[in-house]
Design a protein around this ligand. Sequence first.
Ligand code: CP
Length: 324
Amino acid sequence: MEQDDTKLQFDPHGNLRHLLSLRGLDAKLLTELLDDAERYLTTPGALPARNQSLAGRTIGNLFFEPSTRTRASFDLAGRRLGADVLNLDVNTSSRKKGESILDTIYTLEAMHVDVMVVRDAGDGVPAYIARNVKDHVSVLNAGESDVSHPTQGLLDLLTIRQHNPDFKNLVVAIVGDIQHSRVARSASEALQTMGVGELRLVSPPALAPDPERFPGARIVDNIVDGLRDADVVMALRIQRERIGNLDGVPGIDEYFAKYGIHHENIKHAKADVIIMHPGPMNRGIEIEGTLADGPRSVITKQVTNGVAVRMAVLNRIGKMMGAR
Ligand code: CP
């Protein structure tokens, strides 16, 4: 969603109808979604939260790019709220035979799918679908090119808030391939809305972002400067599927030494730093495996939070549908 389509996300009464981007969602709405997500969290080993708030609704998961976490958590979130969930297998869907995205959408609409959860490699695809669906259908962006991954941004925000809710005094360092990362974009949008103290984007120059896409962030190419006194460090994967030319990108050993998060450089962060990664993770490239599994890591907590956040978003959309 590059152009200002933020209004498209709300119905005429100001209720969230589509979730396409975290741009345009104010701090009040972000906070309400995180508070709702907290209510879906249960203690480890306890049964997961369940209710029937989406009973009778149908959710279609349309993933035109690979996914483990996002797809599985939307599936679980929908089922735990009592919805029917349809997981379209992209490799065997009729898009492989040349069917257009809109014809796929119209086909699912005819089967009474109420919520379309869409992941696609193309810029603007979720907003394009949102502009073309019938009035009773909602669209949730589950990862759009290098542009937006709003539910990932929400789960990252929740994980950071659980560590320290005082956003204004936090230093957050996002490290890795910022240029091609929708995760960094959505996290940055959410953190800036919450008034984060300092957001640093740390990457080799060849993977540095366009500053206009990250207003208010500090772009850094030295890892020690980037990690110094950080409260939160988020490592990112190199998005090879979105990089046309790897010229200037360090090889694996050099990358790990200079831009990987490891026991030597993490010493520059605060002693109680949390270490995040959206997954999928490449151990020994962007993060040292023992750090990913260590006491400062909140990576599996992010995954748990992902189900709760998606339940919160789906529940809110369900309430909007019920109020019509
Ligand atoms: N973080 C994330 O989007 O992971 P998946 O690609 O596995 O969904």
